[in-house]
Design a protein around this ligand. Structure first.
Ligand code: AMP
Ligand code: MG
Length: 428
């Protein structure tokens, strides 16, 4: 099979000895031009030691399929564990890349803060890393990814400098991971990795869904953002990972200020609960649950920091109707879904301005983290979200999430508030 990232197979690259790249740092010391490989799947598979048929069966049975409990049903039930491990690795590395860019932005002077190119570099870099790592870590077969960025602008002559910055950033980040420390991606390899994200998704087969930086406005301000990655299988979200580099590990129930250590990695596989761990290497996940509160008076709610992304006056009316006492907690990105899933707050409300179409990458990962933590995520009419329709969610008005006890009264408050809003608009 031709390499997926655009690339060359080992056989066309020549003997192994000539291929091994010098470590990045050593190479820069020696000023030796680096061999640049646009793709590595074949390069690596060919170099690794052969796997015996027995080992292959063992690997398959342990990490890719589980048989039914009775043992008599021959149809394998996918466990998605291998996919989850790859997704966590991809999102964590992308988070590392984004953190280094955000640190640079925050240290820069006012004038260079006005330059939006760092966020562009981080956005593309994050998508290239996730695409490359998934491709490397998962077995061959069709690969489809629905992602926010495409490479059209990056292929223009005017983007040469930015492409070179992205390439350096991606290679520097990959060099921090022992499994990729010998990898050097070429500019063409970066473009090919980004181009993997142009899938239309849909109701059949498997599709990865990626927002390389969800909450770019928060990212620029130095606030919350997330790397959001999910897997659709036959139109359903079956796995999700949310890397939130600036979200405190401790609850943000009483403050949105950063207190204590930050950097959370949320994850969920369908039917296996929701989990959270530190983004630090070697951390272990702990199971998380949405709050069990049934009384809206005890509930607090999350919404977008940006008023342009959600109608704050409408959500304030909904909260008032419900009897919520606490002020809204406004944070950027799908970090809201993560915080809700671990019980920092009880409700998430999102009501975009008329005409806005929600994209699947803005909700897929958050949706499964919350539902696996025992929560419910619906549109304004109480319908489940449908991720099988392509790149957009086709939904009624807005999105809300809460626990199962609060959902019936939340739905009533939402519907009443929307009706009132429509009535007052018709009077104008
Ligand atoms: P949040 O930080 O929750 O407000 O969501 C951030 C996401 O909102 C971004 O990744 C965008 O995809 C999405 N977005 C951009 N413009 C709008 C808009 N006008 N209304 C709603 N969401 C938007
Ligand atoms: Mg987004």
């Amino acid at each position: 099979m031709a390499a997926r990232l655009g690339l060359t197979t080992v056989s066309s690259l020549g003997p192994r000895k000539a291929l091994l790249p010098l470590p990045v740092r050593l190479r820069s010391l020696l000023s030796v031009p680096a061999p640049r490989y646009p793709s590595h799947r074949h390069f690596y598979t060919s170099l690794s030691s052969p796997i015996s048929p027995l080992q292959l069966v063992k690997n398959l049975s342990q990490s890719q399929v589980a048989m039914s409990a009775s043992g008599s049903d021959p149809s394998p039930i996918p466990t998605y564990e291998k996919e989850l491990a790859a997704a966590k690795k991809a999102a964590s590395l992308a988070a590392r890349l984004c953190q280094s860019v955000q640190a640079e932005i925050l240290q820069s002077d006012v004038q260079s803060k006005a330059d939006k190119s760092p966020v562009t570099v981080a956005d593309y870099g994050s998508q290239a890393i996730v695409s490359f790592v998934l491709d490397m870590e998962l077995s061959s077969g069709p690969f489809s990814m629905v992602a926010e960025e495409d490479s059209e602008d990056l292929r223009k002559d005017s983007s040469k400098e930015i492409l070179s910055r992205i390439t350096d950033l991606v290679n520097d980040t990959l060099s921090t991971d022992p499994s990729f420390c010998n990898v050097i991606l070429s500019e063409e390899g970066i473009l090919s990795a980004i181009e993997k994200g142009t899938s239309e998704g849909g109701s059949s087969g498997r599709h990865w869904v990626l927002d390389p930086i969800d909450g770019t406005k928060g990212f620029l301000r130095g606030d919350q953002y997330a790397i959001a990655l999910a897997l659709l299988d036959e139109g359903k979200v079956v796995l999700g990972v949310l890397a939130c580099p600036n979200l405190p590990l401790a609850s943000i129930q009483h403050t949105t200020q950063n207190v204590g250590e930050s950097g959370c990695l949320f994850s969920a596989i369908v039917g296996n609960g929701a989990w959270m761990q530190s983004l630090d290497e070697g951390s272990s996940p702990t199971k998380i649950q949405v709050t069990s509160t049934a009384d809206p008076v005890d509930a607090s709610f999350f919404e977008s920091f940006e008023a342009a992304h959600s109608l704050h006056d409408l959500t304030s009316n909904i909260a008032k109707k419900l009897g919520v006492k606490a002020p809204p907690v406004r944070i950027d990105s799908q970090a809201k879904y993560g915080a809700l899933a671990r019980g920092d707050g009880a409700i998430y409300l999102r009501f975009p301005h008329k005409g806005y179409r929600e994209k699947i990458w803005d909700h897929a990962a958050g949706y499964i983290v919350v539902t696996e933590a025992g929560g419910v995520v619906t549109d304004a009419a109480g319908n489940d979200l449908d991720f099988s329709k392509g790149r957009y969610l086709d939904l009624d008005t807005g999105i809300m999430a809460t626990n199962k006890k609060l959902m019936p009264s939340l739905l009533v408050a939402v519907q009443e508030s929307i009706k009132e809003q429509q009535q007052s608009a018709s009077l104008l």
